[in-house]
Design a protein around this ligand. Sequence first.
Ligand SMILES: Nc1ncnc2c1ncn2[C@@H]1O[C@H](COP(=O)(O)OP(=O)(O)O)[C@@H](O)[C@H]1O
Ligand SMILES: [Mg+2]
Length: 236
Amino acid sequence: MGVEVSLRSVTRKYASAMALDEVSLDVEPGSAVALMGPSGAGKSTLLHLVGAMDPPDAGEIVVDGERVHDLSRRGLDRYRRRIGFVFQRFHLLPALSVLDNVLAPVLPRRVDFDRRARAMELLEAVGLADRASALPSRLSGGQQQRVAIARALIARPPLLLADEPTGNLDSATGHEIVDLLLTLREEHGMTMLMATHNPELAAVCDRVVRMKDGKVVSDERLTPSQDVLDRIGRLG
Ligand SMILES: Nc1ncnc2c1ncn2[C@@H]1O[C@H](COP(=O)(O)OP(=O)(O)O)[C@@H](O)[C@H]1O
Ligand SMILES: [Mg+2]
């Protein structure tokens, strides 16, 4: 159910920097790509552009056959609703319960599934069904990121964008989140594009794209390691 994502000579300039400098990248449906590289390389900018939170200055982004920046306002709304986004700093709504945070993206919308049942299913999947009524401030960082991941998946997105999803977590908690993303990917088959400095997260991806100074400097396909195969086996 994942979508294809293509960037063709995408450029994004800021007054201070060339954040993306003619970047081209083709991501196959259902594949997971780790974007790595030093701070300032352009990883977040790339994710924001693919998420249509910001337009490119030149070039084009084509997702599932649609040129994203040609979409009408309504088309863009529809497009953004099909993307799950996970941030480094969780970005949960502090006044809402865990369950309501997961439901928030679909509450104002007509959907063809039972919202609450789906939210509870996802909370189950991320191991937090028993904390559904808690406020985010009562949870650890790792638990908050699990809620954020459940929220990102509520609308069954064919594309998940994650910006340093383990960046604010200690390594043991980061490991749990890597396992969780791996499981969810096995179950949902969405395309995943993740900026990360975490070698463990990169190792469970199909491909590692390294960036520097707004350019792609290397693009490596990974064959799954025995460790990853064992973990998928254990999950199934
Ligand atoms: N909103 C912005 N305004 C000005 N410059 C920005 C903005 N966002 C990013 N940049 C600049 O663009 C470059 C790439 O940033 P970013 O995409 O955040 O890199 P990364 O996520 O790899 O650390 C950096 O030089 C950064 O300072
Ligand atoms: Mg960044």
